[in-house]
Design a protein around this ligand. Structure first.
Ligand SMILES: [Zn+2]
Length: 886
């Protein structure tokens, strides 16, 4: 699954006042044991029975928002039992029967549903003896309006008619809303899906259609091919007025599907997929095993994910797959490419080889996130994925620096805990740890280990140590030990550096501590840390595996850079003299290290380990022609300070003057429209500069954005969202109404949702209230409403939180059921109001189980941190701004 991409997360990233976590330093759960067996893997179901094959016939009634199902599940009863318990949620079971494989009746059970446990228990009058049986169940279910189980998305077709398309979304635990099933990743089985559908609609499954049978009265029975063994969460079904285009890659049919009229917008994704498939076949050393690989674009949004790796039938929301010419930009191409890469990587890592239980979710997500970078490096080096990766590492560290964080591998007991596991630690720390281990093992050795793992475990389940064992063997290095340090305990190592030059050579003393925002004073955790040291402008390098304290010698006397190349997952605190040397020579430092050094200075500055002046000096001294991604980060550092200036006019004026002096010349150099010969990443920088300066209310930028807004059709697609964002943020009532009219008239579903989200950005509280009220009308559409609310939340967190609490059922009825807790917690993401702490806590006490509080506790930790930063760190910023003459 690919998490939702949030373009407006800039300020959050910058302040590093992100998040999270975890008191529980839980080590030693089932996932660290060797070899996954049924007995060692967590389950919520009794182990006496295992499924091997599902025969499913689904008859949806899209108008009534219901469906009927018949399941014939081949099971093995391992030990005699009077009851069979499996998962079922929101299903009404009409009848059930057990037969032997030869068709002899073996029992007519009674059925009990447990709504809370989401199970159905079939009770027999006498014990069912061990052996093979078929459990047949007739049932009915409902079609949801948000992305879980079988769900519907309504949209306006190109001809103006109202249409409804159906899709499924089962990860992590919603296949049980589609079929009674052993809905846990460990229970792999084969699936044969049949469906009775309107003859004029297109049905899509994991496998190609095997046969069609006309049933008369406009209905057709569609039979899909039988799947290989796979986990329930990967099953897929979709139905609608779709168009499909395909291309053969070897003997695999690669396809894209869109709603009628949009097919050309999928060309980019189709080409990306066709380009990557042979490369991935080769990388994994196992050929993609299904005859077809479809990518399906759906209108609408989720607050939590943008795509899902169903085997052979990958689901995307349109904004992650379609290149709408109205907003096409390099950054949109990059997003589509990386999302396609992520989901394709899952076809192996996740689909072919699957974690036994959600404890090891990171195996799926960390790996897929990491492979995005590798694929981008191969096909689009001009996007500099090595720099993009540092943004991802920052988002992980933003969560990992708080006591509310959790280890990459952590015990999952409930469905809600599994849902919450889809966070920055699982995705981004997982990715960063893999990058570090790959760099330490060597990329060829790493790949050899991955290939051995794929070969050994294809079509089965694993735990993390199964991977480490193969990498250890392939690399001959102690990868497992380092991996355990970084995945079984939470937190971030801090490497303290003292460098001394003597007789033409630099002695580098290293000491490992812990970087934390709220665990100070405690005994630091211990890690084995692969450390690489290089010299500014030099070629000399040295490496060590740091344990506690260490020392290195590097030839020459220029300042040393620790974590050179930035593949390590740790922060670096330099002695003041070395840092001053780096800062003075920052223009000659490689972009990836410029970015890493800046990131560390920001985090250490906010945490109080280093003067705030250091990060501000770096921002000020970066050359105007720095890599666009580095300059973007500089802009985000300034944006991160902006919320602390909201209620302080003097500070705001000084910060805006600094932003203007630093960033406006860069924007002027770039211009407001793309140039033919500019770097591929310049467009993103241009959009960021417009947003940051516009958000600060820089007068010339706001005026220029308004001038261009007078003729929206003439705005270049790559800066359209940024320009409209500035207009929206600074909107008066008349401008807001004009934007609202644009949103209403827009025919492209994607652009329409974006316009509605912009309506939530107004700084004017009265307009914020209008946007919130609008979100609860039928006008924006069910999946657009929560986007508006989130958008208002970023500007007016307290107001929005109160609104959501006052209209709880109405708002939550529009949010995916699996993400409600995270949705509410996220509304406070920019708040520094002490009152919010009590409100969040009250919400958690009223609505959440004790084990489901983490997102709320993380949000509280961040608010408390922002309050602390405002009191203790901002005076240094004020002093620097004054001294620098702003
Ligand atoms: Zn994923």
């Amino acid at each position: 699954m690919k998490r939702t991409y949030r373009r407006f997360a800039l300020a959050l990233l910058a302040s590093v006042a992100l998040p999270m976590s975890a008191g529980a330093q839980g080590v030693g759960n089932a996932s660290t044991t060797k070899g996954a067996t049924a007995e060692t893997v967590t389950t919520q179901l009794p182990r006496a029975v295992r499924p091997s094959h599902y025969d499913l016939t689904i008859t949806p009634d899209a108008q009534a928002m219901t469906f009927e199902g018949q399941a014939a599940i081949t099971i093995d009863v391992v030990e005699a039992t009077r009851t069979i318990t499996l998962h079922a949620a929101d299903l009404a079971i009409a009848k059930a029967a057990l037969t032997t494989k030869t068709g002899r009746k073996a029992g007519a059970p009674t059925v009990t549903l447990d709504t809370k446990a989401q199970t159905a228990t079939f009770t027999f009058t006498k014990p069912v003896a061990p052996g093979s049986y078929v459990l047949s169940i007739d049932y009915a279910g409902k079609i949801n309006t948000q992305a879980f189980g079988l769900f519907a998305l309504d949209y306006k077709a190109a001809d103006g008619s109202q249409k409804r398309a159906l899709f499924t979304q089962f990860e992590n635990s919603d296949a049980r809303r589609f079929m009674p099933s052993w809905d846990e990743p460990f229970y792999k089985a084969t699936f044969s899906l049949k469906t009775i559908v309107p003859t004029d609609e297109v049905a899509v499954g994991n496998l190609p259609v095997e046969s069609r049978k006309d049933l008369g009265q406009g209905k057709t029975l569609v039979t899909f091919g039988t799947s290989p063994r796979m986990s329930t969460y990967l099953l897929f079904f979709s139905l609608g007025d779709f168009e499909r285009k395909t291309v053969m890659v070897g003997d695999t049919e690669v396809g894209v599907l869109t709603k009628r009229g949009d097919l050309a917008q999928a060309d980019y994704a189709l080409k990306a997929s066709a380009d990557m498939l042979p490369w991935m076949n080769e990388y994994f050393g196992e050929k993609y095993p299904l005859p077809k690989l479809d990518h399906i674009a759906a209108p609408g949004r989720s607050q939590f994910f943008s795509a899902m790796e169903n085997w052979g039938g990958i689901f995307y929301f349109e904004n992650a797959m379609l290149l709408d010419p109205k907003i096409a930009s390099n950054s949109l191409r990059e997003r589509i490419f990386t999302v396609v890469a992520h989901e394709m990587a899952h076809q192996w890592f996740g689909d072919l080889v699957t974690m036994s239980w959600w404890d090891d979710l990171w195996l799926n997500e960390g790996f897929a996130s990491w492979l995005e970078s590798r694929a981008t490096e191969k096909f689009h080096p001009e996007w500099h994925p090595e720099l993009t990766a540092l943004g991802s590492r920052e988002s992980a560290m933003g969560q990992d620096a708080y006591v509310t964080t959790h280890p990459v591998i952590h015990p999952i007991k409930t469905v809600e805990e599994a849902s919450q596991a889809f966070d920055s630690i699982t995705y981004s720390k997982g990715e960063a740890v893999i990058r570090m281990l790959e760099a330490y093992a060597g990329s060829d050795e790493w790949r050899a280990g991955v290939q051995a793992y794929m070969k050994r475990y294809s079509h089965s389940n694993t735990v993390t140590d199964d991977l480490w064992r193969e990498i250890d063997k392939a690399s001959g290095k102690p990868i497992s030990e380092i991996a355990h340090d970084f995945t079984l305990q939470p937190g971030i190592p801090l490497v303290k550096v003292t460098a001394t030059c003597n007789a033409g050579s630099t002695a580098v003393a290293l000491e490992q501590g812990e970087f934390t925002r709220d665990r100070a004073g405690k005994q630091p955790l211990a890690w084995r840390v692969p450390v690489r040291v290089a010299q500014v402008g030099g070629t000399a390098q040295a490496e060590t595996l740091l344990q506690g304290k260490g020392a290195l010698q590097v030839a020459g006397c220029s300042p040393v850079i620790v974590n050179a190349g930035q593949t390590g997952y740790y922060r670096v605190l330099y002695d003041p003299r070395t840092f001053a040397g780096i800062a003075k020579n920052i223009a000659t430092v490689k972009p990836v290290d410029q970015l890493g050094i800046l990131n560390d200075a920001v985090a250490l500055g906010y945490a109080g380990n280093q003067p705030m002046a250091d990060m501000l000096d770096l921002v000020k001294n970066l050359p105007a022609d720095a890599s666009p991604q580095v300059m973007e980060r500089a802009a985000s550092v300034i944006a991160g300070l902006a919320p602390y200036a909201e209620a302080n006019p003097k500070r705001k004026a000084a910060l805006t003057r600094f932003a203007t002096a630093r960033l406006l010349p860069v924007l002027k150099g770039l211009g407001w429209t793309p140039k033919a010969d500019e770097p591929a990443t310049a467009g993103e920088l241009r959009a960021t500069l417009i947003e940051v300066l516009g958000d600060l209310g820089e007068k010339t930028v706001v005026a220029e954005a308004r001038r261009r807004f007078a003729d929206p059709a003439a705005i270049d697609p790559s800066v359209k969202v940024a320009i409209l964002g500035v207009v929206a943020k600074n909107a008066d009532a008349a401008t807001w109404d004009a934007l609202h009219a644009m949103a209403k008239d827009e025919t492209s579903a994607q652009v329409r949702t974006t316009l509605y989200s912009l309506l939530g950005r107004a700084a004017d509280p009265a307009l914020a209230d209008k946007a919130l009220a609008l979100s609860l009308t039928d006008e924006p559409g069910l999946t657009t409403s929560p986007v508006i609310v989130s958008s208002v939340g970023a500007e007016h967190p307290e107001r929005t939180f109160d609104f959501v609490m006052a209209n709880y059922d109405a708002v939550m009825g529009r949010v995916d059921v699996s993400g409600a807790t995270r949705y509410v917690a996220r509304l406070s993401a920019t708040s520094a109001d002490p009152a919010m702490v009590g409100k969040l806590d009250a919400y958690a006490k009223q609505r959440l189980a004790a084990g489901s509080r983490r997102p709320v506790d993380e949000a509280i930790a961040k608010i408390q941190d922002r309050i602390k930063v405002a009191q203790t760190r901002l005076p240094e910023v004020d002093a620097w701004l004054a001294k620098a003459g702003y």
